[in-house]
Write a protein that binds this ligand. Structure first.
Ligand code: PLP
Length: 391
């Protein structure tokens, strides 16, 4: 956590969507522009708001009759039609948001002493899921290539041991914004099959893709699908993280029954009725689609603005434009801001709150993650504040 001096009122020159209920906007003093936790500042889709309201006003917030069946079927149909993920049985689903899904799958697919291999830097809760389950973590650090971070397949072979039981993947990748290409996924699939691993693929950012396509891991082959558990949800694409829902789903009934055994009595496995209404409105209405398309266009414009800004004003920042997500991973080791936690420096001096890279594995030292899902005035102001330090 970054320590700062307390509050000043926000400057009148920028348009802060300050909101008492927002974690993002309440973490730092009010004069800081928060660009950390993965929440978007864009307004929610009206169709989602109305669907949630309707569930309440129609007096339908008791125990749900169907336990998410219709939602699971709708989602499975969308994954098949839009993303080529066919044959996923809707009944092989446990509804829970993705972080519990990471913890549950880590435990369901391993025994004490086992190891899980990950590509780092990586969204912190993956690392937490492995350590709290008291498993070994095997890091295969990503390497910067000409077109962004790449998987080091040679190193991956050296990291895997007989104790390795699971490969965990994040696609699109938080924090680097990479969207793994088919050839990369196929090489990973080959590793999974040769070493008889289980595959957990967190695809929560799946519909936030600029340079794609997004290819669901489980779509590669039936053999791979039977070894894969996919986690996804509406939280990122439709900005509904506070409704706290998601899905853990697999072609393999056996894998899902292992997850059910771990979560039994701890999570209901059904969607909360309000999140179910929201998710259905998001994925099964033309209005949900329209919101998604226009938000994606805004995010792409922000990504492009950030890329141009860094190119023009921050030649020493190593950065590859994000292909997906609304997160940018900036290597700022060339600056003399304290090698470990440059985010602290930028917080104190620029009054911009970024995520320090160390939270994403030791290789994240000297990096920051910047969330660019904000309004144009806020992005402009944040970049103006960073400019003198990046020159
Ligand atoms: C890759 C990834 N997985 C999971 C989560 C959190 O998931 P949830 O809110 O559904 O638990 C995030 C949030 O930023 C994320 O980026």
């Amino acid at each position: 956590m970054n320590a700062v001096e307390p509050s000043a009122e926000p400057s009148a020159s920028w348009d802060a969507p300050y909101d008492t209920f927002s974690k993002k906007w309440n973490y730092y003093p009010r004069d800081v522009i928060p660009m950390w936790v993965a929440d978007m500042d864009m307004p929610h889709a009206q169709v989602i708001i109305e669907a949630v309201m309707r569930r309440i006003t129609e007096n339908r917030i008791g125990y749900p009759g169907q336990g998410g069946k219709h939602l699971a079927e709708t989602l499975v149909a969308r994954l098949s039609e839009r993303h080529g993920l066919h044959g996923l049985p809707a009944e092989n689903a446990v509804f829970m948001s993705c972080v519990p899904g990471l913890h549950a799958t880590a435990r369901a697919l391993t025994a004490p002493g086992d190891a899980i291999v990950v590509q780092t830097p990586l969204y912190g809760p993956f690392l937490d899921a492995i350590s709290t389950a008291r498993l070994q973590r095997q890091d295969n650090p990503l390497v910067p290539g000409p077109n962004g971070y790449e998987i080091d397949f040679d190193h991956l072979e050296t990291v895997i041991t007989p104790a390795t039981k699971v490969l965990m993947v994040c696609n699109p990748h938080n924090p680097t914004g990479r969207v793994w290409r088919r050839a990369e996924l196929e090489r990973l699939a080959d590793v999974v099959l040769r070493h008889r691993l289980w595959l957990v693929s967190d695809e929560l950012h799946n519909e936030l893709v600029f340079d794609g396509p997004y290819i669901p891991f489980a779509s590669l082959s039936t053999e791979l699908a039977m070894r894969t558990i996919t986690l996804t949800g509406p939280a990122k694409t439709f900005n509904t993280a506070g409704l706290s829902t998601g899905i853990t789903i697999s072609h393999s009934a056996a894998l899902i029954s292992r997850v059910r055994a771990i979560t039994h009595g701890l999570v209901s496995g059904c969607p909360n009725v309000l999140s179910e209404a929201a998710w259905l409105a998001a994925i099964a209405t033309p209005e949900g689609d329209a919101w998604h398309q226009s938000t994606l266009a805004d995010l792409r414009a922000n990504r492009d603005q950030l890329t141009a800004f860094l190119h023009d004003h921050a030649p020493r920042v190593a950065y590859h434009p994000s292909e997906g997500t609304y997160l940018a991973w900036l290597d700022v080791r060339a600056y003399d801001w304290g090698k470990e936690k440059p985010g602290d420096f930028l917080l104190e001096h620029a009054r911009v709150g970024l995520s320090d890279g160390l939270g994403y594995s030791p290789t994240g030292a000297g990096h920051v993650r910047l969330n660019f899902a904000t309004t144009r005035p806020v992005l402009d102001e944040a970049l103006n504040r960073l400019k003198p330090f990046l020159a």
